[in-house]
Design a protein around this ligand. Sequence first.
Ligand code: BGC
Length: 736
Amino acid sequence: MVQFNQLLNNRFAIKIGSIAIFISFFIFLPDNIFGQGQSQVKGISRDMTLNDPKIEGIISKMTLEEKIDMLHGNGMFTSPGIERLGIPELKYTDGPLGIREEISKNSWNSLKLTNDSATFFPAGSALAATWNPEMAYLLGTGMGEEARSRGKDILLAPAVNITRIPTGGRTFEYLSEDPFLNSRLAVGYIKGVQGQGVAACVKHFALNNQETNRGSVNIIVDDRTMREIYLAPFEAAVKEANVYTVMAAYNKIDGSWCSENDNLLNQILKKEWGFKGLVMSDWGGTHSTVKAAMNGLDVEMGSTRNAFLGQPLLDSVKAGLVPIEIINDKVKRILRVRFAVEPITPAGVVSTPEHGKIAYKVASQSIVLLKNADNLLPVDLGKIKKIAVIGDNATHKQASGGFGAGVKTRYEITPLEGLKSEVGSRASIQFARGYKPAFIWSQQVRGRRSPNNKIDSTLLAEAVSLARNSDIAIIFAGTNRDFETEGSDRSDLKLPFGQDELIRAIASVNPRTIVVLVAGAPLDLNEALKSSSAMLMSWFNGSEGGNAIADVILGNVNPSGKLPFTFPVSLNDSPAYSLATFPGDNNANYKEGSLVGYRWFETKNIKPLFSFGFGLSYTQFSYSGIKTDKGKYKSNDTIQVSMELKNTGKREGDEVVQLYVHRTDSKVEWPAKELKSFSRVTLKPGETKKVTLSVPVSQLRYWDVKSNDWQLEDGEIQLMIGSSSSDIILTKNIEI
Ligand code: BGC
């Protein structure tokens, strides 16, 4: 009999341990946790196979019925253990923004508890804008600790799908348009979560890049693109972060649902990558019994009654259609996760001040300065005495809204609250709502939300009058969580709810107009840029979002976020729109191949509005002295590139140095630029630091469809260092 009680008695020890680990994050981070593709994971996550002998013993004592019972949910967010053998059920929780509130066992209805509020952590695109795997790690530790204290075993995060279309409804939950950036962040995040003794679940595997028709669309993609772009973050999650669980996506690939896709689940994930944990379906995303069971799905979630992997599977095994070895393998995988994650009863430590600090730290590194004409920012309270704060997003809470997982947050500081508390009595702050977010439901096409763009004239007049009588106007525009949502994509990138008109009107009466965008995805800022002097991109930035943006506006924090995706001038410039492959009907044909995001813009020489990796600062940096450790490299080498970065301005600041590669004499087709390394560096005014970036040569391989394997092409490679994908400052050629 398995002695879980003993483990439960150790709960106190586990808790103390986790607090100690948590404190140590602020002192030093474990070496090598964010390895750049080659480094081995240091034992933060446990080796899932350690208990295999014990697990074999348990399986040998189980009846077929007990085994089948473990392979599907027995509630919305639980899957069964084996009561007779004392093995507890697995408890799951969403999701990327924070630990979801408790819902009833068999429906999505809230249980309306009072002890399940959580920290609202910055959303995926905010985290990605930090370009900082340490922030992903910290955020992961906070999420992991909150999941643990609520007694959860599996956290349904991170969501790492590539931002293929700028209008994607879940862009805010996902990370970026680049597989390398996503991989680094996913690895940090998962290690943070699993270091707290909770299983992470990397999702949605794979190619769930649009919400439109997500439950039926078939993705057509060539193997090279699939490997290099779309599977890369998942591969890193498995191989480098030892992720315990994977969620299969809703869509089909090559005609086969992801939850029953032999190539994806059996061949690539389990055989080739050596994944030892469990594959679950997305909620309600299972479509068959024998196919799903044979092709790699281990646990069916979201279907509590009449599950495909319930009675029909039992019947199929009895009928000889599914061998018992297949069932045993699934049970083994589930038990590996069960043993890697000790079951605990909720300890009640939720949403601590330390987690608020993590949320603040991430938020403060994520904010992107897009424009700062005449150095209008930071706001100088020595000169500015009357501040007009305008726009619904100044007071709009973003922890929940729309469809899908949100957070019942313990608190959320809005931008207006953040500004008021930071400014105090140093200036007067008046607020006008300016616009009202509303939708035209009758015009909803294919589930896409249509914003009502007609501005309310009374709100507009109030805002204009306030701006006219103020020293400065700060407009909080953007989207909100009702507009950017799971289940639907946006029909365009336009600022919704009449905001362009509002910004124009405010700027015409007050030339000192700052626009702050609260959103999770690219926006069409052509109009807004014409009238505003300064612009900041804030995000769905968590419980502390309002404090972070106030600190950036007032200059207590120097903005250092970099865009995790391209903002096109026009939606039709972006690849899937240009090739008219979005949304597709039954099929979405990824004809652009690997030219996703900036890869497309750089290769086709299309100038975007804002490039991937772009972000200004209140200080300036100069780049010089690029050097490599060698001129010629072999396949097992790591290229070490160094350069000198100097802060030439008057404020301390962080810069994210980015390294892209370009093949100069290639026979194989490549995008013009590909991100291969980056580093966030803090510099005092006048300070110079040597920055070293490493690129394992193996990271320069391509997926060769003929040999069905990774291949390295010899030849010359240009290393390009810069401050965004389009702003390359230093180059050096090397040979492979
Ligand atoms: C989403 C998943 C989520 C699951 C459970 C699905 O609709 O796609 O990301 O984890 O629901 O809430």
